[in-house]
Design a protein around this ligand. Structure first.
Ligand SMILES: [Zn+2]
Length: 393
């Protein structure tokens, strides 16, 4: 198994185009917000909505939940409509041109609408929660939001494999066989248990392969894409399963939830200071003013740009440790390397992105780093000893 030079050329091109498109998207959002602030559109919309009498219900003085919701809905719809052509190009046209997507336009639109609807419900709930807490707990709202979000993330991580992902993918338990036996052996050696191994139908959407650990508690499971099951050797899939099991053994889903909650807490605290500042300076009527929404979007955008390299660095560390776990438990260095090589070729993954790109955008170490890791593992002085002492025969 060798890295396909021609595919690598395409992979670099594909990554470059996608990066440029995300910069264009960022540019549109920034320009849009600047126009809104410069023209006073944010306040104009609030005044217009204020005149609609049936939206004037206020559970506490100064908080108009229905006005805030309508404001949010209009802002999101306008943004979605403006960026729809870009989304169509980067989400449908481009992946087809590069042979990654296998979706029909109809099913792509279907997924898009489902994702949009789901996002809308969750975001509307979050907005209502935030502005309600701003009304009732103007000084400690940020702490409450962070705590509630933490609980919500835990519940969502638990429910996602049975509630959310099945909306987009079909899951079937892998039948008893070589693969389930191998996973069972791996979990027994790790003295742990996962609730099952599922095949995820990805081939009707993409040519790319993937696997993942999903769920918390009673829903935790290892999921392998049918695009991987079909094309990889049993040894290669075993190494991938061991990597996913590594995430489980290291409690990585918990680590991610907690680290993200801490970052969120910091971000919300800073947002609290800024929000009180701009309201005190007379830019808005109150903390719960619907016109603060565009400003809130701006803060959220800046926050995610700052957090992106931080959470990606942490994710790469976690992924490195899962690779280490896979190598240590299986000792199948060659299968690890061939699985990585297959992934690079199949998923059109750039094996060696520029360091700055990797730091900002990549949640996993580059394939070349993962291959080097395996190489380095094979040359560790005690590898041969370990291999004979603890590898299964
Ligand atoms: Zn992983």
């Amino acid at each position: 198994m060798e890295i396909d030079i021609e595919r690598q050329q395409k992979a670099r091109e594909y990554a470059r185009i996608r990066r440029r498109l995300s910069f264009v998207d960022l540019g549109i959002a920034t320009a849009g917000l600047l126009i809104v602030f410069a023209t006073g559109l944010d306040k104009w919309l609030r005044n217009a909505i204020q005149n609609i009498s049936f939206l004037s219900w206020q559970p506490v003085h100064g908080w108009y939940p229905l006005q805030v919701l309508l404001y949010f809905l209009l802002a999101i719809l306008v943004y979605q409509l403006i960026t729809l052509p870009l989304g169509y190009y980067s989400g449908f046209v481009l992946p087809h041109r590069y042979g990654i997507s296998t979706m029909s336009l109809k099913s792509w639109v279907n997924d898009l609408l489902k994702g949009f609807g789901l996002g809308l419900i969750l975001e509307a709930a979050a907005i209502t929660l935030i502005y309600g807490l701003l009304a009732f707990q103007p000084l400690t709202w940020w702490l409450w939001v962070a705590i509630i979000m933490l609980f919500f993330s835990v519940i969502m991580a638990n429910l996602a494999p049975i509630l959310l992902f099945p909306l987009f993918y079909k899951f079937t338990p892998l039948p008893e066989g070589e693969l389930t036996q191998r996973l069972l052996a791996l979990t027994q050696r790790a003295n742990t248990r996962v609730r099952g191994i599922y095949s995820m139908q990805m081939s009707n959407k993409t040519t790319a392969a993937n696997a993942a650990l999903m769920g918390l508690g009673n829903t935790r499971r290892v999921v392998v894409g049918d695009t991987m099951i079909d094309r990889y050797t049993i040894d290669e899939i075993e190494v991938v399963l061991a990597h996913e099991l590594g995430h489980h053994v290291h409690s990585d889903i918990w680590k991610l939830i907690i680290s993200q909650s801490l970052l969120m807490l910091g971000g919300l605290y800073v947002a609290n200071l800024i929000l009180h500042g701009v309201v005190a300076a007379g830019f808005y009527l109150s903390l719960m003013d619907a016109a603060t929404l565009p400003f809130f979007f701006l803060l959220t955008g800046i926050f995610s740009l700052i957090v992106m390299p931080i959470s990606n660095s942490y994710s790469r560390l976690i992924e490195y440790q899962a690779d280490e776990y896979a190598l240590q438990t299986t000792h199948k260095v060659d299968s690890f390397k061939s699985a990585m090589t297959r992934l690079a070729n199949q998923n059109l993954a750039e094996i060696e992105p520029s360091p700055i790109v990797e730091i900002f955008f990549h949640s996993h170490p580059s394939i070349s780093k993962r291959l080097k890791h395996a190489e380095e593992f094979a040359h560790r002085p005690n590898y041969a000893f370990n291999a004979s002492a603890s590898a299964p025969s």
